[in-house]
Design a protein around this ligand. Structure first.
Ligand SMILES: Cc1ncc(C[n+]2csc(CCOP(=O)(O)OP(=O)(O)O)c2C)c(N)n1
Ligand SMILES: [Mg+2]
Length: 570
């Protein structure tokens, strides 16, 4: 005889699996492949840590929230995955503002999660309560409050989707304390699955425009291309290399696009840029806006045909008219154009030999003119010598990070990364203090790489205490302080404007022995006053296997040409 089906009374039903908001955050981070959060603790956010323990996400705890946010930005740049910083309510979130703002201007996809007072105490004056979403809205692509525990993972995935809308950028979520600590049945929470909540961003724009660009190139005798940050963001380096080589187009690189072509490559140019922009008949701008770094587009010849390719519709044609605009993924667009030229009788490549030789001549002359400064034995040390030694020191596996004023302006001319994605600077916000957090992110994400950072003494001071975090997490790197006991880039402008006698106001730093600071915190350090000692000291820092600071005393009375021209303000 069949047994009657067993009816379980409600009171004895198996309890549904419950989950808290913090654990849902961790699940959503996991879905995006995020394996680390950068954070400074606070009572509002600890449940996220507990979730990270379950999901195997590492918690890297820093000493200032600005560092957490910059590290998340750096992690995104290095890995191509979004970075995540988690900070507490109020001052934790305000401290992170600079890092978020930097990521916005640098088009870096990061998520900042901030704590918030409990929703049940909304507007009652809870501890650390501030209008975070209002504060973050102008400097993010998306800023929202999570209104219910069931929605936590859903909103994290939404924030990630928004990070990759157009040109990438930061998102912000605040999670009220009761929402984060609350527990809901797992079955009721929306937990988006990896690969199922974001579409591809590899668009090539209008196919007719790809053909038009192929035509323009085929008929150009003097083209050049500027490979900007989005070439790296879209991981389009190989496509860009194929494009310039197949079509024989001289290439300049800026921002994170530096290193796309290795130094010594016949198509790699740097110092002839102004000449090329003045004399080219076709200028192709890839993944970089016409901002101050481009003289707002004014430095491009008025008679050249100008093409702009960008992930962000809003960037194309901004500040300067263009002849052709393509909204799409840098690598995908360049690959499509190379492909479009392949069936033609002529790509024009052979007609560009003379133009390449002309540019090479300009490049070589500029290099020879500067070389004596790079080899200078002067004491105090000429900053050109310091950056020359750093350039010589870099290998194909060295990620170079620049954080400072004048000293980094020198390095921008001389230091050439040897591989794609091996150059990091703050980007167009020009934020001092990104150095230590970028080291943290780079070395954490790519322990197989060497990280070499050049700091101004002013820049280092902003976030330098997190050198201790690098020691604590065993993240060795070669650090160099170009020490002029000054905020020298600003000092130059003051002297030029107000005269020598009034040039030393608000820009003087102490003669700090940063090597001792490094040693105090458990790192390696050396002082260098003689140019001959720079190379050996760098090598000993490499060998030490520790976070290091080589404090190099440079001449405060010499300035980079970019500083003297005050190009950044023009
Ligand atoms: C966070 C921040 N504060 C202030 C500035 C303005 N600023 C630009 S360069 C500079 C001087 C930096 O000094 P240092 O890092 O020692 O480099 P140096 O110019 O002396 O080589 C300052 C203060 C900035 N860019 N970022
Ligand atoms: Mg300085």
């Amino acid at each position: 005889m069949a047994q009657p089906a067993q009816v379980v009374p409600d009171s004895e039903a198996a309890e549904p699996e419950m989950i808290s908001g913090g654990h849902l955050v961790a699940k959503a981070l996991r879905a995006e492949g995020v394996d680390v959060i950068f954070t400074l603790c606070g009572g509002h956010i600890i449940d996220i840590y507990d979730g990270c323990v379950d999901e195997g996400i590492e918690v890297v705890d820093v000493r200032h929230e600005q560092v957490a946010a910059h590290a998340a930005d750096g992690y995104a740049r290095i890995t191509g995955k979004p970075g995540c910083a988690v900070v507490t309510a109020g001052p934790g979130t305000t401290d992170a503002v600079t890092g978020v703002a930097n990521a916005l201007r640098a088009e870096s996809p990061m998520l900042l999660i901030g704590g918030q007072g409990a929703l049940s105490q909304h507007k009652m004056g809870s501890l650390q309560d501030l209008p975070h979403v209002d504060m973050m809205a102008p400097i993010t692509k998306f800023a929202a409050t999570v209104p219910h525990t069931e929605r936590v993972a859903d909103l994290v995935s939404m924030a990630f989707r928004e990070c990759f809308n157009g040109a990438p950028g930061p998102s912000f979520l605040e999670i009220p304390r009761d929402i984060l600590d609350g527990r809901v049945p797992l079955a009721k929470a929306r937990v988006p699955e990896t690969g199922r909540y974001r579409a591809s961003t590899r668009s090539v724009g209008d196919p007719a425009d790809i053909e038009r660009l192929a035509d323009l190139i085929a008929h150009s005798e003097k083209p050049c291309v500027l490979l900007g940050s989005q070439v790296w963001t879209t991981r389009g380096s190989d496509d860009a290399i194929d494009f310039v080589r197949t079509l024989n187009i001289p290439a300049f690189m800026n921002g994170s696009g530096r290193g796309t072509l290795p130094p010594g490559d016949p198509h790699h140019l740097q110092l002839a840029r102004r000449y090329a922009f003045q004399n080219a008949d076709l200028i192709i701008i890839v993944g970089t806006p016409f901002d101050f770094r481009m003289g707002y587009g004014k430095r491009l010849s008025a008679s050249a045909t100008v093409v702009q390719i960008d992930l962000d519709y809003r960037t194309v044609g901004k500040n300067r008219d263009v002849d052709l605009g393509i909204v799409g993924d840098a690598g995908a667009v360049l690959a499509a154009v190379t492909q479009a030229t392949s069936g033609r009788t002529s790509t024009g490549a052979a007609n560009r030999k003379a133009w390449l030789e002309e540019l090479r001549g300009v490049e070589d002359a500029a290099y020879q003119k500067r070389l004596p400064r790079q080899l200078s034995d002067a004491s105090p040390i000429d900053p050109y010598r310091l950056v020359h030694e750093i350039n010589e020191f870099l290998t194909e596996d060295s990620i170079y990070i620049g954080d400072g004023g004048d000293i980094v302006t020198f390095s921008g001319q001389v230091v050439q990364p040897k591989s794609p994605g091996h150059w990091m600077d703050p980007g167009p916000l020009g934020t001092l203090g990104v150095g230590v957090p970028f080291v943290m992110a780079a070395k954490y994400a790519r322990p197989d790489k060497e990280v070499v950072a050049l700091f101004g003494d002013g820049a280092f001071s902003l976030t330098g205490w997190d050198f201790e975090t690098l020691v604590r997490f065993n993240l060795p790197f070669v650090g160099v302080v170009g020490n002029n006991s000054s905020m020298n880039q600003i000092r130059y402008g003051q002297i030029a404007k107000y005269g020598e006698g009034r040039g030393r106001v608000g820009n003087t730093l102490g003669d700090v022995r940063y090597s001792e600071f490094a040693k105090m915190l458990g790192g390696y350090g050396e002082e260098v006053r003689d140019p001959q000692d720079i190379g050996p000291a760098l090598r000993r820092a490499r060998e030490s296997g520790k976070p290091s600071l080589i404090n190099v005393w440079v001449d405060p009375e010499v300035y980079a040409p970019g500083t003297m021209n005050q190009t950044m303000y023009k």
